[in-house]
Design a protein around this ligand. Structure first.
Ligand SMILES: [Zn+2]
Length: 341
């Protein structure tokens, strides 16, 4: 009967909701900056994607990224100070660690939010199955590997010198980033101290695509210097002297990059530990506080999609459940519990 009136009431109600949203958008930049300064890198990346306005705030306040790194527990180690070409800004660094990326397995290529498996080689895998693909032909005893992703053999020692076209690869030894952890053990990893890394262990592993990019760069530089038309495609066009200069800068950067990779690897392990502990605390909260109040077995609650999702995101940012968290998801969780699909 009074459908029209109800509709108007509803629209007024919606309008009110809209109004408060508009107010939030009308907050001055200084207030948003305060909020941003309390955020973690993952949240900053989300802010950056939200709107041009946030991108400008972040661009004008680059220290936000540093603060965000320190807002993590444990704090994220700082990016390496590097003179060689490449993107090493705080924003790109946050994107590299927290932004996710494609799984390295060619048959998969699924997007994954996981941290890189190797920070030095910038390799990410989405699952243990894909990890097994990356580790094929890994010889555990002498830690040697050679498959289409990782290789310990592509940069020759003195013996390789005899092979045509291999001589130039000796340059790469000075600057190409490598990893020599035991890739098949999950938590323990062996990374020698940085000084001994530079001396070179027997079989450091390199990323195959990095070796081939370095090859192409070298052949392209030779073609340009020798005025040959045909040359492989490269990201930056350089002559041989320019490239050799770049090699020198990269060689200087290598110890910093390796040190950073090592710090990140340690940080990721610590973070994983803290995350597991936080998830256990949150599960205990569901069991001891929520379950008796709601008279629902906590295992059933833990299986509802909303709780799974919230547990995961709270784990990632190391946040603790409280009554407010439960109130925010209660309606959805109980509906999902009663009507599982
Ligand atoms: Zn995968």
């Amino acid at each position: 009967m009074n459908g029209g009136q109800d509709e108007r009431k509803l629209s007024i109600k919606l309008f009110n909701v809209n109004l408060s949203c508009t107010n939030a958008a009308n907050l001055p930049d200084a207030v948003w900056l305060e909020i941003i300064l309390k955020s973690n890198p993952l949240e900053l990346l989300t802010f950056q994607k939200l709107s041009k306005r946030f991108r400008i705030i972040l661009r004008d306040n680059p220290h936000c990224w540093v603060t965000a790194r320190h807002n993590m527990h444990p704090p994220v180690p700082p990016p390496p100070q590097v003179n060689a070409a490449g993107v090493w800004t705080e924003a790109a660094y946050a994107q590299f660690i927290f932004g996710g990326g494609e799984c390295a397995a060619k048959s998969c290529k699924r997007w994954t939010q996981r941290f890189p498996r190797s920070f030095a080689l910038r390799i990410r895998v989405c699952s243990t199955k894909c990890e097994a693909i990356i580790h094929r032909h890994y010889d555990k005893s002498d830690r040697k590997i050679n498959n289409s992703y990782l290789t310990s053999c592509a940069i020759p020692g003195k013996r390789g010198l005899r092979q045509m076209g291999q001589t130039q690869r000796l340059h790469f030894r000075n600057w190409l980033v490598y990893d020599e952890r035991d890739m098949t053990s999950k938590h323990t990893y062996i990374l020698l101290s940085v000084s001994s890394l530079i001396g070179g262990s027997e079989y450091p592993m390199y990323r195959v695509c990095a070796v081939s990019t370095a090859d192409q760069e070298w052949f392209s530089a030779r073609a340009i210097t020798e005025n040959r038309k045909a040359r492989p495609p490269v990201a930056v066009i350089r002559t041989v002297p320019q490239l050799q200069n770049q090699y020198k800068l990269r060689a200087e950067a290598l110890p910093h990059i390796m040190e950073n990779a090592k710090a990140l690897q340690q940080w990721a392990a610590d973070h994983e530990e803290a995350r597991t502990a936080m998830t256990l605390t949150n599960v205990a909260f569901m069991k001891e506080v929520v379950s008796p109040r709601e008279q629902i077995p906590y295992r059933k609650l833990l299986k509802t999609p909303i709780v799974i999702k919230t547990l995961e995101s709270f784990g990632r940012t190391l946040s603790k459940f409280d009554i407010r968290t439960w109130c925010a998801m209660r309606a959805t969780a109980i509906r999902e519990y009663r009507d599982p699909r």
